[in-house]
Design a protein around this ligand. Structure first.
Ligand SMILES: Nc1ncnc2c1ncn2[C@@H]1O[C@H](COP(=O)(O)OP(=O)(O)OP(=O)(O)O)[C@@H](O)[C@H]1O
Ligand SMILES: [Zn+2]
Length: 713
């Protein structure tokens, strides 16, 4: 049997190491100076612990990558320690197969951050370290495959980098007083501090970031700039190039997101890691990129849930950014028009500094918001006469209109008018959504598991042919608008229309160029974009989010509505927002009418305090998945026994409950929530708990995962 496997305690009994504080002392040759020694290696396997191999410490400093045998496979791992002795009998320890010196060893700061993330999020160190590297640095085939040549780094260096198009530089506008104060406050920071930049939509937060970044770059340091979505990178890339190229050079910017080809990603990562790129602009995965001269971290739209990874290591890049700033001793700027209540809370109690931008940067006011009470209105294809009229007037003024609706597809469900049958996914407890395919070839699709089926000719239940779409999604809204506004150029931006690489960027470019009159979109269009010609925003179906069970639903709805409203009237004119609702008296809508983020935040935080919810408590969520719900619940019931756990008296475990959508892809799911008002107590509990879960999980045939600071419950 493979020694490294036994040392990692497959059966849960072995001497698994807890994720160590990485050894930061660098390579230590043994007494003889060279001879073989022991290497402790982190591997991307779902086992707790690390794995010992025989190898040469001088060839494999801490932080370097090696290829090692693992069972019958080979894997790339990261050397984290040079132990004096291996944890298994020496004759069972296998040899390192290949050293990978084509990159410098991963630096101490990276080792510290991955170790922190592993500890905090309760994951094996290897499952944090390896996935955070560009794919080609962690797969054996990139080094030993047929066409691997001298490895991915050497291959990359042989290729010529594409020349960066030189972007026209633009003169910075002179900052207004609020912007200047904010930029100066950031630039004045020596050392770690978190600054929350709360600026209303269109207040010019980007300009503040650019000024702060400029100062840091001029001082010879690097800047990490996080944005929530790939779609926002082109807009920021443009601004960064136009403004900062004189300081950092055309090559000084690197961009990282999941939409890049492997080689592009490796290139950006290497340039950032080697300090050639001075600014790294990217989505959440960039948070793990080593930056030797980091001087400032900026997190734009810090409230955005895209910063949370929802699979594998369920980390929050925003939260890790704050930790990284603390560890590196550099300031962190969190910016938003609608900060998360967690961040707002910390700004209110003084642990963050609050910087405010209270008015729009250009000479325009915030949009006028109107709630249209749809209870007693005859809607036409889902549109109130008010909204239709407003769109017509907007087009007549040669401005763009945006219709926002958080539901893609043609209609959320297909229904039989005769017997009431509704289209259902056979694998999930969910309806299938009607989609309009190419050439009107319609199909049904499940938005949970991806299942697709043709549209039945007749009702599968009663045979009647009167099947009708119920409700509307973006495709149907697009179609309806086409009928009402003939000749108008309509574009739809949602996950379906942007599947092809680059198509989202093309669509946004068309909107910016004024080649679109009406834009229909989901949350993809709602945030961050600086549309210059958009005069009107119409919101359909906001009510569907009003009564969600999640305690964060109102916060999220409010943020989304503020953000989408904020796309109107940014450059000129008076922006206008029309929101159709059956519940105009709801506090969320009333706060929106007044553009009153602070009032909404105060009110909602008070409710959270009274009910003991985050940020006044800390949570972790254990989710179990099994063929049968009963098995998932049984696992959770056993997992929920608290005897003998550290800090058990300060941690509340709630009763296991099925998820709202119980079955997805024939797997049934249930959850158990753990909560404590003391973060350290919860952390101590979780560390011991996750040990036990590994053991309990093996007895039950369930898959499970633990999520720390869950965003959705
Ligand atoms: N000092 C200034 N003078 C004139 N125009 C400015 C100034 N600062 C920013 N602007 C312009 O104001 C517009 C809005 O700025 P920006 O997109 O940065 O807003 P924002 O605060 O990020 O808003 P949101 O949160 O809605 O994304 C941009 O077109 C920008 O060029
Ligand atoms: Zn399904």
């Amino acid at each position: 049997m493979n020694s490294s496997v036994t040392s990692a305690s497959v059966d849960g009994s072995g001497p698994a190491h807890s994720a160590p504080e990485p050894d930061c002392s660098g390579p230590e040759p043994d007494a003889a100076g060279t001879a073989a020694g022991w290497l402790r290696v982190a591997l991307d396997v779902p086992l707790r612990g690390l794995f010992d191999y025989r190898g040469r410490a001088d060839q494999a400093p801490v932080g370097s990558r090696v290829i090692v045998p693992f069972g019958s496979r080979k894997m790339i791992g990261v050397v984290v320690e040079h132990p004096l002795n291996p944890d298994t009998p020496e004759d069972q320890v296998r040899d390192v197969e290949q050293y990978l010196p084509d990159t410098a060893p991963l630096p101490d700061a990276w080792l510290r951050m991955t170790a922190f993330a592993a500890r905090y999020y309760q994951r094996p160190l290897g499952e944090v370290m390896l996935p955070s590297l560009p794919a080609s640095l962690r797969k054996v085939s990139a080094y030993q495959g047929k066409r691997s040549a001298e490895g991915p780094v050497a291959r990359l260096r042989k290729r010529k980098r594409k020349a960066q198009p030189v972007v026209q530089q633009d003169a910075p506008p002179s900052l207004n007083d609020e912007q200047r104060r904010a930029a100066e406050a950031i630039a004045a920071q020596q050392g770690f501090r978190t600054l929350l930049l709360h600026g209303v939509t269109g207040s010019g937060k980007t300009e503040v970031y650019l000024h702060a970044a400029n100062a840091v770059l001029a001082a010879g340091r690097q800047v990490l700039f996080l944005v929530p979505e790939i779609n926002l990178t082109p807009q920021f890339e443009q601004s960064l190039r136009a403004r900062l190229a004189p300081v950092v050079g055309e090559d000084g910017l690197a961009i990282l997101h999941s939409g890049l080809a492997e080689g592009e990603r490796l290139d950006a990562w290497l340039r950032a890691t080697e300090g050639k790129a001075r600014i790294l602009l990217g989505t959440r995965l960039s948070i793990f990129t080593p930056l030797p001269e980091l001087g400032l971290i900026i997190v734009d739209e810090e409230h955005d849930t895209s910063y949370k990874q929802q699979e594998g290591l369920r980390y929050s890049a925003r939260d890790l950014a704050v930790w990284r700033g603390y560890d590196a001793g550099v300031p962190v700027v969190l910016g938003s028009a609608t900060p998360s209540l967690e961040s707002w809370f910390r700004a209110s109690n003084g642990s963050y500094d609050l910087l405010r931008l209270t008015k729009r940067a250009r000479d325009v006011s915030l949009p006028g918001i109107r709630l249209v009470d749809t209870r007693r209105l005859q809607l036409q294809d889902g549109f109130s006469p008010h909204l239709l009229t407003a769109i017509g007037e907007c087009l007549a003024r040669k401005e763009q209109a945006l219709v926002f609706l958080n539901r893609r597809g043609y209609a959320p469900v297909l229904r039989c008018n005769s017997c009431g049958w509704v289209s259902q996914c056979p694998r999930c407890t969910a309806h299938t959504v009607l989609h309009r395919g190419k050439g009107y070839r319609n199909f049904l699709q499940c938005h949970h598991c991806g299942y697709q089926a043709p549209v039945p000719r007749a009702c599968p239940s009663c045979g009647d042919q009167d099947l009708k779409p119920m409700g509307r999604g973006t495709q149907r809204v697009e179609e309806v608008l086409g009928e009402y506004f003939q000749g108008a150029r309509i574009a739809r931006i949602d996950a379906d229309s942007t599947r092809r690489k680059g198509s989202a960027a093309e669509l946004f470019a068309q909107v910016h160029a004024g080649e679109v009159d009406i834009l229909v979109g989901t949350q993809m269009v709602a945030k961050g974009h600086d549309f210059s010609r958009l005069g009107l925003v119409g919101v359909l179906n906001a009510d569907s989010m009003l009564f969600a069970q999640d305690f964060r639903a109102p916060e999220r709805l409010f943020a989304q509505l503020m953000q989408v409203s904020g796309r109107a009237g940014r450059h000129a004119g008076q922006g206008q927002v029309i929101l159709q609702t059956d519940y105009p008296e709801q506090p969320v809508y009333q706060a929106l009418l007044r553009h009153d983020y602070e009032g909404f935040a105060r009110h909602t935080l008070q409710e959270r305090e009274e009910t003991g919810l985050p940020p006044y408590a800390h949570q972790a969520l254990l989710t179990a998945e099994a063929r049968e719900l009963s098995a998932a619940l049984a696992f959770l019931a056993q997992a929920g026994a608290q005897e003998g756990m550290p800090c058990a008296d300060r941690v509340t475990l709630y009763d296991p409950v099925p998820l709202r959508v119980v079955r997805v892809a024939n797997v049934e799911r249930a959850q158990l929530l753990a909560e404590s008002v003391e973060r350290p107590a919860l952390q101590a509990f979780l560390a011991a708990w996750s040990e036990r879960l590994h053991a309990v999980g093996r007895e039950h045939k369930v898959r499970w995962h633990l999520e720390v600071d869950p965003l959705e419950i």
